[in-house]
Design a protein. Structure first.
Lengths: 325, 310
């Protein structure tokens, strides 16, 4: 018997190519594991260069594996140069160690110098909420990379932005100064601060709202600074920032509109976190209370990257952008 | 919005930054088929050797050992495990004694004893007796559920040269006499330069069947790894129905290779292996539609099957 299931309506178009340099974990979804599959579903051919190779992320309390040295990473780049790979985009996330970070910086700068149209998103993963989780040596290296004025998009959190600029952000005024400095000094086209520690009160929005936080978006071209009010998520969900930056790169590549892109990505993130929380609840039979270092609960709190595969292409915008003066 | 339940797979194979071989040919298709794929990489190379030059490293046995220790510590359970490309005897030893031997019985293990192709060995020779030993091992009975040698690897494993249907049957008989494995798939058998390709499935219960498909006139890197991944998916989901799994797998792989050919038509410079066009990279991302697990249900357009008992 011959039956035929439905065939695609159009011949798939050639995938765009992205080089993604982040961590690898065998189990779980952080770094390249959180970025790769969502990008692939969006028709990106992802060249995965792993900066570390761990069994699982460090939040579990125990892990094993290997961090790549600068020399090892350099070898991989040389191999890629030898076969003349070409990329429409570069995504750089967590990179362990100064020599590795310096190498990645140099190599990506050289790619961008040869192909200025390659879109480079750099997520300067250094820490959060006042706590540095890389060596202090990373800060000047990130500054040096940005000083080459070739990075298109950066996605720091507020703490990372403060480290990059060596300023304290305590008010709307100091935030605006910092944002303008990023565009001016580093020639960054799009700045997306996914989570501000500044509260509604700090921003002059009235009294602080419980369970809410703010994202801040700015593009050099428009000169506008735009905010979104979003739900706070629990910090034990790891890989959130890595999925965020991967999706943002896709949307910015396709739309070049940072407000719409961020709105779409925030909407997807909120759905992915909802699904993750719901499936967690179903599996555990109770509300998630993940404890860092407790492997059972950390396992349950891994992002449900595969379950959410149909969401990455959605273009809903659930948030309302607003400006502040 | 449909949310499908997922299964968990441990996949031990190679990793390349650029290209789709080893774990990079397994991860995306299996993610699309609702698997979480935990990849232990046996290499970390810039690209596969089909490009003639590459850089990078092979994973040491200590690293493989360490990574699995890390996984054991956080108490993971896998529905299935794939053993693909292994670069050295020491690494295969670790996989055998410290991973396979410790997996619970209910984990379905599929092993591709990657040694060579077309009469040429391309791994270190010391791997050959070790593969034989692992497949023979009493303690492994019921642990390795399915083995997927190609014609050359089947010849190595059984010491029978496969030149016609009779010697093929002889090889299968020898295989089940020698090894304690439930099922075997011999991928891509050809006796002459006909334009068809034959896959053979056989079980320790004596069932043997052949599936004949049309050959695509090009040489690909990574098609065996894609085959391995899809076959594992279907073998688990069909509860060990090898014939159904193999039919489905041949259909899917054929469609992906066809799509790859189409999308690679303008590739320059053209390279050839013998008189056949060489296509170094599978177009997996662009073949998403064909990779879905409901994509080829019931399609039997270019396959003919026949079953016999030995």
């Amino acid at each position: 018997m011959m039956t035929r299931s439905k065939t695609p309506l159009t011949i798939p178009k050639q995938a765009d190519r992205v080089l993604s340099i982040q961590s690898h974990v065998v189990h779980g979804y952080v770094g390249n594991k959180a970025a790769t599959f969502p990008l692939q579903t969006l028709n990106w051919d992802v060249d995965v260069l792993n900066s570390v190779n761990f069994s699982n992320h460090t939040g579990y309390g125990s892990w094993k594996g290997h961090s790549c040295t600068g020399e090892e990473i350099e070898q991989l780049f040389e191999g890629l140069e030898g076969i003349h790979t070409h990329y429409e985009a570069i995504l750089t996330g967590y990179i362990h160690g100064s020599s590795a970070l310096m190498c990645v910086g140099q190599k990506c700068i050289s790619i961008k110098s040869s192909y200025p149209e390659t879109l480079w998103l750099l997520d300067p993963v250094m820490g959060d909420e006042g706590q540095l989780y890389v060596s202090e040596d990373a800060i000047p290296i990130y500054r040096d990379i940005l000083c080459c004025r070739l990075v298109d998009i950066i996605t720091p959190n507020q703490f990372e932005l403060e480290l990059l600029l060596d300023v304290k952000i305590t008010s709307l005024e100091s935030l605006k100064v910092a944002v303008n400095l990023v565009h001016k000094e580093y020639n960054v086209k799009y700045l997306v601060i996914s989570s501000l520690t500044l509260t509604a009160e700090d921003l002059g929005l009235g009294s602080a709202k419980k369970g809410k936080m703010y994202s801040c978006i700015s593009s050099a071209e428009s000169g506008k600074i735009v905010f979104f009010e979003i739900d706070k998520y629990d910090s034990y969900f790891t890989g959130v920032g890595d999925l965020f930056s991967a999706l943002l790169l896709d949307r910015l590549y396709k739309t070049r509109d940072v407000i719409i892109s961020t709105n779409q990505v925030l909407t997807i993130m909120s759905k992915v976190l909802y699904v993750t929380r719901e499936l967690c609840l179903k599996d555990l039979g109770k509300e998630v209370k993940a404890k860092m270092g407790d492997s059972r609960s950390m396992k349950e709190c891994e992002l449900r990257i595969v379950e959410c595969m149909d969401m990455y292409s959605e273009d809903d915008c659930d948030y309302t952008p607003f400006e502040l003066s | 919005m449909a949310i499908y339940p997922t299964r968990d797979l441990l996949s031990i194979s190679s990793h390349v930054v650029h290209g789709k071989v080893g774990n990079d040919a397994i991860q995306f298709p299996l993610n699309i088929r609702h698997w979480n794929v935990d990849c232990i990489h046996t290499t970390n190379l810039s690209n596969h050797p089909g490009y003639k030059k590459f850089k990078g490293t092979k994973s040491s046995f200590q690293l493989i050992q360490d990574l699995y220790k890390g996984l054991t510590k956080i108490e993971l359970r896998y529905d299935a495990a794939i053993v693909g490309y292994v670069a050295s005897k020491q690494v295969l030893e670790v996989i055998y004694t410290e991973i396979l031997a410790k997996l619970p019985k209910e984990t379905i293990v599929v092993m591709d004893p990657i040694m060579g192709d077309n009469g040429k060995l391309y791994v270190e020779e010391a791997l050959v007796p070790l593969y034989k030993h692992i497949l023979r091992d009493q303690t492994c009975e019921g642990l390795i559920n399915l083995v997927t040698p190609n014609q050359f690897e089947m010849e190595i494993l059984t010491d029978v040269k496969i030149v016609d249907l009779d010697s093929l049957k002889q090889a299968i008989v020898s295989f089940f006499e020698l090894y304690r494995v439930q099922k075997v798939v011999i991928t891509s058998v050809s006796f002459d330069d006909s334009d068809t390709v034959l896959c053979i499935g056989a079980g320790s219960d004596g069932e043997v069947f052949t599936i004949q498909g049309s050959r695509i006139d090009a040489v690909f890197s990574g098609s065996g790894d894609l085959f391995l991944g899809i076959l594992t998916d279907r073998f688990v989901k069909s509860h060990g129905d090898l014939k159904e799994s193999l039919t489905h797998t041949m259909n899917v792989v054929h469609k992906v290779l066809e799509n790859t050919c189409q999308l690679s038509a303008n590739l320059q410079p053209k390279r050839y292996v013998g008189d056949k066009l060489y296509i170094p990279d599978l177009r997996l991302v662009e073949s998403k539609f064909f990779l879905r697990d409901d994509s080829s249900d019931g399609i039997l357009d270019n396959l003919t099957t026949s079953t016999t008992f030995l």
